[in-house]
Design a protein around this ligand. Structure first.
Ligand code: ATP
Length: 312
């Protein structure tokens, strides 16, 4: 069985002079949950639309389940469940009736797939209730059920947590994790909020202004979120001088509030607090910290989570 269920190579999409996607090489491993992160307008939807066959790339290729030939890629799309724009729901129809319409539209012969999809997303007991009266969380689950019709091997979800309340976000995460674990379903899920995918994604791709900045496993990303010592003393300028002299490092930041982030010595806090105290500095705060995923992401796409006034 192929290692990658989906790959893009050199995928580029231009709208006039603007590149919504610029030479994107993205690889999604079978069995993974791929968190596709990017700000609004970064190009996530465009990539998903191309993979789903809803629009054409300007150049580059999409490989699905090992198939690269255009005709076979098109056939392979039957093995994908995708929600990009919210699928049309008929408000007067029940969940089951809505699914039945989509089953027929998709040309899926097996009727039992409707019941299966309802069971998986937990909407089996909604009976005669029309979809128009569903909560947003229930509508979201119905969207998911539509994507799961025909038991796809790859599920692609564009910002599924948008507009959901926090409880529904947790429920969605649990549901996706269970699907992945129990059925081996590969999932690509996009978001502009990295922390939404944290705890769920096994792999990440960060896209910014149409370019894929990095792909990494969850472990790699966690390791990249750097640990540092947060230091606040009565005389930051003197502390900075000492750090430069004693530690011989330039790997620190002095923040506008006078606190220092010392990256180099994060693993040896005791030694350096003693050094600062011995120099007569009054230590107000001194603690090991870890950069959050969110702050790493903001830094990675070139933003600042804070404004350092001096960088070592
Ligand atoms: P969002 O979460 O806001 O949808 P996104 O990461 O999915 O963001 P895309 O929708 O893929 O981003 O858009 C990428 C860029 O391409 C944006 O600058 C957008 O304005 C532009 N774009 C997308 N579709 C079109 C179109 N049909 N015509 C012109 N420009 C487009």
């Amino acid at each position: 069985m192929e290692t990658f269920v989906m790959r893009t190579r050199g995928l580029t999409k231009r709208y006039g002079s603007q590149a919504a996607l610029d030479q994107v090489d993205l690889s999604v491993r079978r069995g993974s949950i791929y968190g596709f992160i990017g700000q609004n307008g970064a190009g996530k939807t465009t990539l998903m639309r191309i993979v789903g066959g809803l629009t054409f790339p300007t150049s580059g290729t999409v490989e699905l389940f090992g198939e690269t030939d255009a005709g076979q890629v098109n056939e392979a799309r039957a093995r994908i469940g995708i929600t990009i724009e919210r699928p049309a729901l008929f408000p007067a129809m029940t969940a089951a009736e809505n699914l039945e319409v989509h089953r027929l539209q998709k040309g899926i012969a097996d009727r039992s797939t409707v019941r299966d999809a309802l069971d998986i997303v937990g909407l089996q007991d909604t009976g005669r209730k029309p979809a128009g009266q569903f909560s947003l969380g229930m509508k979201q689950r119905l969207d998911l059920a539509i994507a799961l019709l025909g038991r796809p091997e790859l599920l692609i979800l564009d910002e599924p947590a948008n507009g959901l309340d926090p409880v529904s976000v947790v429920e969605l995460r649990e549901l996706l994790r269970r699907l992945n674990r129990e059925t081996g379903l590969t999932i690509v899920i996009s978001s502009h909020i990295l922390s939404e995918l944290h705890l769920l994604a096994t792999h990440y791709g960060i896209i910014h202004q149409g370019r894929l900045l990095e792909e990494s496993t969850a472990e790699q990303l966690n390791a990249r979120c750097r640990r540092y010592l947060h230091i606040k003393v009565d005389d930051p300028a003197r502390a900075v001088e000492l750090i430069g002299r004693e530690l011989r490092t330039a790997d620190f930041e002095l923040l506008p509030d006078g606190s220092i982030r010392l990256y180099e010595a994060a693993e040896r806090p005791g030694k350096w607090s003693a050094m600062l105290a011995a120099a007569g500095l009054e230590i107000e705060q001194f603690m090991p910290m870890g950069e959050s995923l969110e702050s790493y992401y903001v830094r990675r796409i070139g933003g600042e989570t804070h404004a350092p006034i001096a960088r070592g």
